[in-house]
Design a protein around this ligand. Structure first.
Ligand code: 2M8
Ligand code: MG
Ligand code: MG
Length: 269
């Protein structure tokens, strides 16, 4: 089994970013040697620090599925299509964020004053929008593949903005606070790629479990064998097309993470 998990609002509390309530399930998974694979909107720079803090030492997926980073000792052979980067095998699915920054420049006039985005924000503004401390905000700003947009206009105009981005070849994904603009990637494709590689190298059929709270988790939840929707204090759980093997937590964020995985681990899977 491989466990793929969103970070913000799922393993981490939406407001405090604490994972404390999830500790018991994290320990149980570690004991059973089940890899927990962060699958997040966060950047490589953020995950480098956060995975250590949480005590996760396996692969991780950044920027909404833009790239998978695999520690050198996770597989015996070099994973297909990867490049060696900074001590990890890196599989990227899209190119750099430059193109999306240009696109945002182009549609600024059309959506005058209705949005801002990370590259246009100061560190203080990013801190204010996210509640991250200065160091964490700096790491969140080190984006390689996409650009988070902060919608500041009428809620009713947000859909038109999302459609304008899609019409121009972008793939907007909504996180808890931002609309992430990047290329054709999602957490589901990245999950699928890593599961395939795992199966190829180990010659076994692996089962995937995915946990998420937001719309940017839908592709991942639908791609996984078992989907766990984590309740959020500020929005409804994501709507899924599939009905089989879908669980929904009653508790919020990391408490819901602990609740559902503890239940799942007690079942014969
Ligand atoms: C952004 O990601 C969250 C994920 O749901 C969002 O869109 O609200 C990213 O900028 C990420 O890098 C950052 O850590 C996070 C902080 O809330 O916000
Ligand atoms: Mg989330
Ligand atoms: Mg996320």
């Amino acid at each position: 089994t491989l466990v793929f998990t969103d970070m913000d609002g799922t393993l981490l509390d939406h407001n405090t970013y604490s994972y404390e309530p999830a500790r018991p399930a994290l320990e149980a998974l570690a004991q059973q040697q089940i890899p927990v694979i962060p699958t997040t909107s966060k950047t490589y720079a953020e995950m480098l620090v956060l995975r250590k803090t949480i005590g996760l030492n396996g692969p991780f997926i950044v920027e909404n599925g833009a790239a998978v980073f695999i520690p050198h000792n996770f597989f015996d052979q070099k994973p297909a299509g990867t490049v060696w980067q900074d001590g990890f095998w890196c599989k990227s699915f899209i190119s750099s964020k430059q193109h999306w920054l240009q696109l945002l420049e182009q549609i600024k006039a059309e959506f005058d004053q209705q949005f801002t985005h990370f590259s246009a924000m100061s560190l203080k503004q990013i801190q204010h929008a996210t509640g991250l401390n200065e160091d964490d905000a700096r790491r969140a700003a080190r984006r390689q593949y996409g650009e988070p947009v902060l919608w500041q206009g009428e809620a009713s105009a947000k859909q038109a903005f999302i459609e304008a981005i899609s019409a121009r070849g972008g793939y907007p994904l909504e996180g808890g606070r931002f609309i992430h603009i990047s290329g054709d990637c999602d957490k589901g494709q990245a999950l699928q790629w890593l599961c395939n590689e795992y199966q190829r190298q180990h010659n076994v059929r692996t089962q995937s479990v995915a946990l998420g709270d937001g719309n940017n988790d839908i592709a991942m939840l639908e791609a996984a064998d078992i989907a766990i929707r984590i309740h959020s204090p500020n929005h409804e759980p994501p709507e899924l097309q599939k009905q089989q093997q879908v669980y929904t937590s009653t508790q919020h964020g990391p408490a819901g993470w602990n609740e559902t995985l503890t239940t799942l681990l007690s079942l014969p899977i």
